[in-house]
Structures are given as structure tokens and as C-alpha cells.
Design a binder for this molecule. Structure first.
Ligand code: NAP
Length: 274
């Protein structure tokens, strides 16, 4: 099966590392011109160089913090100046933090409003608000061109919640809601909108969660065994590799996948059914 993205432009958020990096490499290899966004300028620069060396020069990059309210305007201005219209939007950037009910407030007088909680706000800003804002910014031009792909990287935790990750799970459930609603709205315009839901993927995010002493303590896991416990929780007894997720994203971008929209597609080694 040949998937070709020649002549298409793909914007990938969170492209500096992990899954986003693999997606950017995959889409570039399929022929897309790529725009790479994350905070780390040096990592983006070296990825753009790698893509440009392999594909003779088409990746552009910008360091942006998508948690900041002004990011979308800044991004849109930059892409306009670069003559880069977005055909494919991959909302991949994401953050995870362990969060739990603290017994410090057991007397009930220090009630914290989740809306004012820093961790909750940051998680929602990056994992949920930014993807929705970017879809609103870039879908109108996709409608005009009658073709588009929006791919939101959610999670297995967006379908089946995990303990001690309420903000993360809520943001990823919400992202599937955004996906379904936009898929319905954009279906008649040749635009598909899908969520990809990975299980454990071997990246910094997974390593940080597995190595987090707080997460291990809350889950009653010996930190020395936590990687094995995570691995063995997966029926395939392994962590997924970033390029496997990227392959699925590449397929969803292709015309072969034009009938797939509004879906939440798991790539988890069987974790969702275990
Ligand atoms: P990662 O290795 O931690 O990479 C996260 C990416 O997001 C980095 O490129 C990071 O770049 C970027 N990012 C984070 N905050 C940002 C911000 N405020 N502004 C701009 N960019 C930001 O994570 P990953 O494992 O590749 O995860 C990618 C996506 O897959 C996330 O949405 C995650 O929730 C989802 N996912 C991962 C797993 C897993 O097991 N790894 C499982 C399910 C779902 P900078 O630090 O340079 O800004």
C-alpha cells in the first residue's frame, strides 16, 4: 500500500520528542511539508535538519509554548508568513502529572476549586484547549480546499480512567469529545477528524510516570519493579514504539482512510481489553 502526502502540509505539535517526533518523520517521509512546534528550539532545529537532509529541505519549526493564550495567533501569523497552509493538523503535544486527593485538606476548610488548580489548568490548556483552538484556526481553510485531516493524540486513559491522573484522564476524555463533535461538523467537507489512543509508549512521558516515586507510592509499586509492572500489564508484554503510532497517523492521513472519521483508535498492545 502506498500512502502519499506529496503537496500536503502537516503541522505537528509536540514534535521535539517522543511520539510527535516520530509522527513528523513519518509524515515527512510520506512527502508532506512539515511545520514542527514545541518549546525546545534546539530539539526542533535538529529534527528539521534531519528531515531536510533526508527529504531535501521542507521542514520549518517554531518554538512555542501552547499553554500560553497567545500561542495560536503567533502560530497562525508565522505559518502565513511562511506560506504554509495546514492540510494535516496533528495535535500531539501533551503533558501528564500524577494528581490525587490530598489529605492536607481533610478538615474541609481548604476546599480547592479544580478550575483554579495549577495542575488542572495547565493540563487542560495543553491537552484539551490547544487542540480545539488549533482546529478552529485551521479548519476553515481546510473547508475551502475540501480536504483535511485532524488527528488528536488522546490516550487509553481517555476511554478508561486511571487512578491518580484525574486531570490527564479528563483532558483525554474531553479530547475524544472534541474529536467526535468536529468529525460530525466537518464530515461533509472532506475533512476527517480522529483520535489515536496509545497505551504505554516508550517515551520520556512514560519513563517519567513509571519512575515517579509519588506514582509508585500511590499505586503501591516498588520503583525498581515499576517498568516491568507496566510492561507486563500489556498483553503483548511490551511498550509500544513511537514509530508504530506514527505509522497509524500516516495511514489516517491517507486517502485510503477517508471513510474513517470520529473514531478513537487504540494502539496499545491489547491493554484496552485486559
Ligand atoms: P513526551 O515524550 O513527554 O513529549 C511531549 C511533547 O509535547 C514534547 O515534544 C514537548 O515538547 C511537547 N509539549 C509539552 N508541553 C508543551 C507546551 N506547553 N507547548 C508546546 N509543546 C509542548 O510525550 P509523548 O509520550 O511523546 O506523548 C505525546 C502524546 O501522546 C501526548 O499527548 C500524550 O498524552 C500521548 N500519550 C502518550 C503515551 C505514552 O505512554 N507515552 C500514552 C498515551 C498517550 P517540549 O518539551 O520541547 O515543549
Amino acid at each position: 500500500m502506498t500512502i502519499e502526502l506529496h503537496g500536503k502540509n502537516a503541522l505537528v505539535t509536540g514534535a521535539s520528542r517522543g511520539i510527535g517526533r516520530a509522527i513528523a518523520l513519518e509524515l515527512a517521509a510520506l512527502g508532506a511539508r512539515t511545520a514542527l512546534v514545541a518549546r525546545s528550539s534546539s530539539l526542533l532545529e535538529s529534527l528539521a535538519k534531519e528531515i531536510n537532509d533526508k527529504n531535501s529541505g521542507d521542514a520549518i519549526y517554531k518554538s512555542l509554548d501552547i499553554e500560553k493564550e497567545s500561542f495560536a495567533l503567533e502560530l497562525a501569523k508565522w505559518l502565513k508568513a511562511e506560506g504554509f497552509h495546514v492540510d494535516v493538523l496533528v495535535n500531539n503535544a501533551g503533558i501528564y502529572s500524577t494528581d490525587y486527593i490530598s489529605l492536607e485538606h481533610a478538615d474541609g476548610w481548604e476546599v480547592s476549586d479544580p478550575g483554579n488548580d495549577d495542575l488542572w489548568k495547565r493540563t487542560m490548556a495543553v491537552n484539551l484547549n490547544a487542540p480545539y483552538i488549533l482546529a478552529k484556526v485551521f479548519a476553515p481553510a481546510m473547508i475551502e480546499r475540501k480536504w483535511g485531516r485532524i488527528i488528536n493524540i488522546s490516550s487509553i486513559s481517555g476511554q478508561k480512567a486511571e487512578a491518580y491522573g484525574t486531570a490527564y484522564s479528563a483532558s483525554k476524555f474531553g479530547l475524544i469529545g472534541v474529536t467526535q463533535s468536529l468529525a460530525l461538523e466537518l464530515a461533509r467537507h472532506g475533512i476527517t477528524v480522529n483520535s489515536v489512543c496509545p497505551g504505554w509508549v516508550e517515551t520520556d512521558m512514560a519513563q517519567e510516570q513509571i519512575n515517579d516515586p509519588e506514582w509508585c507510592r500511590l499505586n503501591d509499586i516498588n520503583p525498581e519493579e515499576s517498568l516491568d509492572i507496566a510492561r507486563l500489564s500489556v498483553p503483548q508484554m511490551r511498550l509500544i514504539q513511537p514509530d508504530e503510532v506514527a505509522g497509524l497517523v500516516g495511514y489516517l492521513c491517507s486517502d485510503r482512510a477517508k471513510g474513517i472519521t470520529g473514531q478513537a483508535i487504540n494502539i496499545c498492545g491489547g491493554l484496552s481489553i485486559s
